[in-house]
Design a binder for this molecule. Structure first.
Ligand code: CO
Length: 291
């Protein structure tokens, strides 16, 4: 019997829910509200990808946020961001925008194109109670500023946050210690990534397919497949140092992990606080123009 599990395993496969947001942008909600507790500190992950302007052109007109951070990662296309604190920038392919809503921000995101492909992800990362009312702000991280490491077996790892393969990522966050990697696997390799045992973690495959688990594992530890457009929730496998991801053909995926806050989560649309009273206050403050 194994005394040490080399890799976390897949606890659950989740298929996203097709929906639309903003002024009618089509997207897939991968991490839905019912997974917020299990995947604490992450609150939401949306995947968008379309070459039909009708599905993205209306964009996201002015809307508020309070109490958490939004992390937008563009694969293709360009989005212009504007907020009521003087922030403005264009998100370009391969770039990330890390926005801290804190006590309140009102922003818009509009396509900077009228045709072609628009694809990427938006992740919501919770803030601890003590920081929910912090000053809002945002950082643009252009593609050139985000480290990319290539392993000897040809796996390319873009380190958006946290650390991987000895490289420090573009962002670090003190309370949730997020790891956010975009991993490109050639066919026929195994890739190993360390993960702190207490971190909640998941993968989202957006091209090809992968397997997750110890290649030598059997029974409950046997590698399990995760297909394109599926999220694999990684078990908090006791004693596992990390996760082993394998491929037969070329594949692309996000690997996201973070330290849970273990605080109450109260959400009303774009406001995520700890109590309903704080949500009522958020609505009142927004309506009073205090954002
Ligand atoms: Co927003």
């Amino acid at each position: 019997m194994a005394t040490h599990a080399p890799s976390r395993t897949i606890e659950r496969i989740v298929r996203g829910v097709a929906t639309s947001d903003g002024a009618g942008v089509k997207l897939t909600r991968v991490l839905t509200q019912d997974l917020q507790r299990r995947l604490d500190p992450f609150l939401m992950l949306d995947a968008f990808g379309s070459d039909k302007p009708d599905e993205y052109i209306a964009g996201f007109p002015d809307h508020p946020h309070r109490g958490f951070e939004t992390v937008t990662y563009m694969l293709e296309g360009q989005l212009r961001h504007r907020d009521n604190h003087g922030g403005e920038g264009v998100l370009a392919p391969g770039g990330v925008q890390w926005m801290t809503a804190g006590r309140g921000i009102v922003h818009s995101e509009f396509p900077e194109q009228d045709h072609g492909m628009m694809a990427g992800f938006q992740l919501w990362l919770n803030l601890p109670a003590k920081d929910k009312m912090c000053d809002p702000g945002y950082r643009d991280l252009p593609a050139a500023t985000i480290p990319v490491v290539t392993t000897p077996s040809g796996v390319s790892v873009k380190v958006i946050a946290g650390a991987a393969q000895g490289a420090a990522g573009a962002m670090t966050r003190e309370n949730t210690e997020p790891i956010y990697l975009d991993i490109h696997l050639p066919g026929g390799v195994d890739f190993e990534q360390e993960l702190p045992p207490g971190h909640n973690a998941f993968i989202y495959v957006y091209e090809g397919a992968v397997t997750v688990g110890d290649p030598a594992g059997s029974g409950n530890y046997a590698p399990r497949p995760v297909q394109k457009s599926e999220m694999g929730v990684l078990a908090n496998t006791k004693d596992a140092a990390g996760v082993v991801i394998g491929s037969t053909g070329p594949a692309r995926l996000l690997l996201i992990a973070g330290k849970p806050l273990r605080e109450p989560i109260a959400q009303y649309g774009p406001f995520v606080m700890n109590t309903n009273e704080e949500l009522r206050q958020a609505v009142a403050d927004y309506q009073a123009g205090k954002f």
